[in-house]
Design a protein. Structure first.
Lengths: 310, 358
């Protein structure tokens, strides 16, 4: 998972209490309405990372997930200027609260626990009085909620590690993170003995926000995937597949699978897949950890081709 | 051919008689072996089924013949394999061929096919199999995932069969002992099914969807097989409905996220996590998972894996205490069922998905 997306994945986990994470926001009555909501405010547009809401007391919480240590003042003030009227104007008011024209709208900043000190400093510097949620592999902490009726501070140690990666990447993620998802998709195509994979469909599969991206943003992301595939095809995974540039309806080209271990003799297939792991490991710049051999069984021997199994 | 003719012929075979005129004697006297398979034809249609079966038949040098009403024959020189595809996704294969010939067909031509898999029954599903229980079998190997462990805390390997009155009770007793409970996997059960009058069938069933039947009446057996298929289909569909994750554009603005994360709370701590992770992704049976895992936080690994049985991408997040499984929006539920069943037989018999009824 792209580290930048740990905060937003943490917010989702705290709402649902999933993957072993405490349900600290869910237990306060918060529900997730939507992610990636384009909003207009009196100060200009802002793309809200998540819109949460609760009832009795009614409250809408806009979440600004920070990937780093800094807070963008201009963006923050736009968030803080949002209100129910503006949400209604753009159709972003959560359906269960549409009958309450005066529902309070507040902003919660979310970041990594390891960046808490810097984020707190930035909020103080900009004189922003807003709750700050920080999450990490062993702690989830919300402070500054006293100014928001319906939201309570919490500070909990947990053993659930990093949150589940529902959103492993976004369109701004680095190439290294994209490669982590592109390569398994190519291996999956080999395992299914597919002949052709359209780059655009691959891009749509790996990018959770694909459905709400503009046409130009989709094209830009798919082009990045094309570049990655092209590089893999001529370097680390040469001979496995090739890239064909766009033709006609193919916006960003397609991948032709040239060979697959799936069609090898079953007795040599495992080794062929393991060779793919080595190639992928090199492309991902890490070594495959070789398993420790246990007691050799007759089944192992048969699979390795050392013993006839019929 | 009517299904009734097939069941009569298989019933005769179970009773030790052969009908030479029926398929040139390819239905031999002896036990009937059945297999519950999961299929993903490119098209969910009769043509799609036909094309998938034709691929298997070609590879295995068998002749594919339609017997009508979604019943197919794979004909060899001496054997015949009946494939009942009335349920387009979950198939039943029946044969009187030798275990050796059946295994060869399955291991070489059916299971390596990316669009076919076997059923992976959980402990609970095996326990729910109907009939009067005669024996239970437990087979366990922890050294697949934990080859360095001594076997003092968890058995490295065992294979036991308990026969007699209420054999489940003895396995249950073993599973209550701290020394043995991790290894007390339920691998196979033997049962007697009673039909009308004196008719009966003895059926052995294992967790990989394999069934062997003897006795006097195949109709009794086939009823049990269909009920098992129905339960298994509901289980897999439940996994898919709950755990397929996805995102979609909301009707008005923004993005919605769907599905739940499957979490397997490991019943005991993994002592050597690095080795566990390395051995989980070897591409070998029974897990057949491809991945290049990475450690994303101290003691936490992530793997964007490919299930080589069916070619689906799944994401696993692993620590010494739990495994999270994030399915894609179209990932087959059988992938999760297989992981659970194999963890029960290779790590700890008590492994279950915390947020689902097995």
């Amino acid at each position: 998972m792209d580290d930048r997306l740990i905060p937003i994945n943490g917010v989702i986990a705290l709402l649902r209490g999933e993957g072993g994470w405490p349900r600290l926001l869910g237990d306060q009555g918060f529900r997730r309405d939507k992610l990636e909501v384009p909003l207009q405010t009196s100060l200009g547009p802002v793309r809200v990372d998540a819109v949460l809401y609760r009832k009795q007391p009614d409250l809408i919480l806009l979440v600004e997930a920070k990937s780093g240590k800094n807070i963008d003042r201009k963006q923050a003030t736009r968030y803080l200027s949002a209100n129910a009227e503006w949400l209604r104007r753009v159709g972003a008011l959560p359906a269960p609260l549409r009958r309450n024209p005066a529902v309070p709208v507040r902003t919660m900043f979310a970041g990594l626990e390891k960046h808490r000190a810097q984020l707190e400093r930035a909020l103080r510097e900009f004189e922003i009085d807003a709750p700050l949620l920080t999450v990490g592999a062993s702690r989830a902490r919300l402070t500054g909620a006293s100014c928001v009726p319906g939201l309570d501070d919490f500070d909990m140690q947990h053993k659930a590690g990093l949150p589940p990666a529902r959103l492993p990447i976004d369109h701004q993620s680095q190439d290294d993170e994209l490669r982590e998802l592109v390569i398994p998709e190519l291996i999956a195509a080999q395992a299914q003995d597919e002949d052709v994979v359209a780059v655009e469909s691959l891009a749509a599969r790996i990018l959770p926000e694909w459905a709400v991206l503009s046409h130009s943003a989709r094209r830009s992301f798919a082009n990045r995937v094309s570049q990655l595939v092209r590089h893999l095809a001529t370097h680390g995974m040469r001979g496995q597949f090739r890239y064909e540039p766009e033709t006609g309806a193919d916006m960003t080209g397609r991948i032709i699978i040239e060979r697959t271990p799936a069609t090898d003799d079953p007795r040599g297939r495992t080794r062929a897949w393991q060779a793919q792991q080595n190639r992928a490991g090199a492309a991902l710049r890490r070594q495959r950890r070789h398993p420790t051999p246990g007691q050799l069984s007759l089944d192992d021997l048969a699979e390795a081709g050392g013993l006839a199994d019929d | 051919m009517e299904r009734q003719d097939l069941f009569d012929a298989l019933g005769s075979a179970m009773r030790g008689t052969t009908r030479e005129a029926f398929l040139d004697g390819r239905v031999r006297a002896g036990r009937v072996k059945s297999r519950l398979l999961e299929a993903h034809p490119r098209e969910q249609s009769r043509d799609g089924v036909s094309q998938l079966l034709a691929r298997v038949a070609d590879a295995a040098h068998l002749k594919l013949t339609s017997a009508g009403d979604d019943l197919w024959l794979l004909l060899g020189s001496d054997d015949v394999f009946f494939v009942d595809t009335l349920n387009r996704r979950f198939w039943l294969l029946h044969t009187t061929a030798s275990v050796h010939n059946l295994q060869r067909l399955l291991r070489r031509h059916v299971l390596p096919e990316a669009r076919l898999d076997q059923a992976w029954l959980s402990r609970q599903q095996l326990q729910e199999l109907e009939g009067e229980r005669c024996w239970v079998r437990s087979s366990f190997r922890s050294d697949t995932l934990e080859p360095r462990q001594s076997g003092r805390q968890v058995p490295r390997r065992w294979r036991i069969q308990v026969e007699g009155e209420d054999p489940d009770e003895l396995l249950e007793l073993v599973s209550q002992q701290a020394r043995y409970r991790a290894g007390a996997a339920l691998t196979a059960v033997g049962s007697i099914l009673r039909g009308d009058g004196d008719s009966y069938a003895k059926v052995a069933a294992d967790y990989q969807g394999g069934f062997v039947a003897s006795g006097t009446d195949f109709h009794v057996v086939v009823g049990m097989l269909w009920r098992t298929l129905d339960r298994y289909e509901r289980y897999v569909q439940q996994l898919e409905q709950m755990f397929r994750l996805g995102t979609a554009a909301a009707d008005d603005l923004g993005l919605t996220v769907e599905g739940e994360v499957a979490t397997i709370a490991l019943p005991r701590r993994v002592e050597d996590l690095d080795s566990f992770v390395a051995n989980l992704f070897t591409c070998k049976e029974p897990f057949r998972l491809w991945a290049v895992p990475r450690e994303v936080a101290p003691g936490q690994w992530e793997a964007n894996a490919v299930d080589l049985h069916v070619g689906d991408v799944i994401r696993l997040e692993i620590t010494s205490e739990w495994i999270r499984v994030l399915l894609g929006s179209t990932t087959c539920g059988n992938t999760l069922a297989r992981l659970v069943a194999n963890l029960q037989h290779r790590f700890d018999a008590r492994s279950v998905i915390s947020n689902v009824a097995a």
